[in-house]
Design a protein around this ligand. Structure first.
Ligand SMILES: [Ca+2]
Length: 449
């Protein structure tokens, strides 16, 4: 081969490799905390430390340089509903979020499951509680569990599909995700599920995105919060006033883009066929249990596609499509496009460390296969023209963090850098939970640059 032709060949081979790399972002994971069980949420504090919630009911502080304080900030273990220690569970401490005015008011909000309330049907399992604590302004950073202020509680028929994600919007209001109530049959069917499903029933707070103002109690309604006057059902006539959007199954992440249009992104875990990412609009009906992904929902045989697709909800409103979906191997066995079994939503990346991810939605999946801790990371690419569905690329983890386990949650720090909260087991087992920081892959150009 002549040198010039050989050089051309190498250039072309290099271009081909670049194209492949463009589809597969490479990152490394640097461990910043361990000793947890199943970390469910991280909330950055103004001083660069972060609160890390462990599902077993313990809140930790992670130092700016990494590592957890020796003593936890708060323990809610005595207040939680029953938890299947050593096994799989979706109950427990599910989220922590700090108030937008935290720097001066030290207000912190939690979502966790508590035992069935006396007022709930006898066969219900638990309730999702949203409550508030205040962090002390000085060390030690310890919170008295008895200083709790309950914001609201939602009765829950089964142990699973609790949603329970929290975030404050750019409007200063608290957004809350709730699941459909769960149950062994799935499909929004069973005790505590009306025929149309909780997703389509506007008289329950289950299977919704809620929006409340936690800065003002409402004495007339006897609530610890006020309903913003521009909530879609604020007058309570067509639906409960707290509802902001509905038709959700088990929304496991609720995050606002910290830049751009500040849109609200919610990942909704699917039944057997499709995992989805949604951009949530005021009053939007996201289809569950009439739809999964872009398809109609076959509630009798959820592994099979439906023969028809509903176009409207009970009010005649359109059902809104997700921005991105991927297949679940539970229904699409052996399909290379079946990327994972349970979406763990994340963030629109606005940090600086990872090139090639800026402005796109970074997220994960619990595991690529049932019963194994093989979590995966992905990025959903914003369409260039802002329309149509987002394309999903794999994020490949290189280096020592490669076998990080299940993706329980993602976290974001004050600079917009991202973290993976993992469990090295598929069960609640001591010491398997860790927090990792996403960093460029030192061996190569992260982000396909
Ligand atoms: Ca949907």
């Amino acid at each position: 081969m002549k040198p010039s032709i050989r050089a051309l060949f190498l250039v072309m081979a290099g271009l081909a490799a670049l194209q492949v790399r463009g589809d597969t972002v490479r990152v490394s994971l640097r461990q910043v905390a361990d000793g947890l069980v199943q970390p469910t949420a991280m909330a950055a504090l103004p001083d660069g430390s972060a609160l890390v919630a462990d599902q077993v009911g313990v809140l930790h502080r992670m130092r700016p340089s990494g590592g957890l304080d020796a003593e936890p900030v708060l323990s809610l273990t005595n207040r939680l509903s029953k938890l299947n220690h050593g096994s799989f569970d979706e109950r427990g401490l599910l989220c922590v979020a700090i108030h937008p005015g935290f720097a001066s008011n030290r207000r912190v909000f939690f979502a966790y499951t508590v035992p069935r309330r006396a007022s709930a049907p006898a066969d219900f399992d638990c309730a999702l509680r949203i409550s508030e604590f205040r962090l002390p302004a000085a060390e030690p950073l310890r919170v008295d569990p008895d200083s709790e202020k309950v914001v609201l509680e939602i009765d829950h028929p089964y142990f699973n599909h609790n949603g329970g994600r929290l975030a404050f919007g750019p409007d200063g209001f608290l957004y809350i995700s709730s699941g459909d109530g769960g149950g062994p049959k799935g499909c929004d069917i069973g005790n505590g599920h009306p025929p149309e499903g909780n997703g389509q029933n506007l008289r329950t707070l289950l299977a919704k995105i809620l929006r409340v103002d936690v800065d003002q109690p409402d004495a007339a309604r006897g609530t610890a919060y006020r309903v913003p006057s521009d909530n879609p059902f604020a007058d309570g006539k067509a639906g409960l006033p707290e509802i902001w959007a509905y038709g959700m199954r088990n929304p496991w992440s609720l995050t606002f883009d910290r830049a751009g249009d500040r849109a609200l992104y919610v990942a909704d875990i699917g039944q057997m066929r499709w995992e989805e990412i949604n951009v949530i609009r005021r009053g939007g009906n996201y289809g569950w249990p009439l739809r999964e992904g872009f398809e109609g929902m076959n509630r009798e045989q959820p592994a099979l596609p439906a023969t028809s697709r509903s176009e409207k909800g009970l009010l005649g409103e359109p059902l809104l499509d997700p921005i991105a979906v991927y297949k679940n191997p539970s229904a699409f066995k052996g399909d290379p496009e079946a990327l994972g079994i349970s979406i763990t939503g994340g963030y629109v990346y606005r940090g600086k460390a990872l090139h090639g991810l800026q402005g796109d939605y970074v997220f994960g999946d619990w595991s690529g296969a049932q019963g194994t801790p093989q979590g995966r990371l992905f990025v959903a690419r914003r369409p260039a023209d802002g329309r149509g569905t987002w394309k999903i690329d794999m994020i490949r983890v290189e280096g020592p963090g490669k076998m990080f386990g299940c993706v329980c949650s993602l976290g974001e720090d004050n600079d917009g850098e991202l973290y993976v909260l993992s469990n090295g087991s598929t069960s609640l087992r001591p010491g398997r939970g860790k927090v990792w920081r996403l960093e460029p892959d030192p061996a190569g150009a992260a982000g396909g640059q």
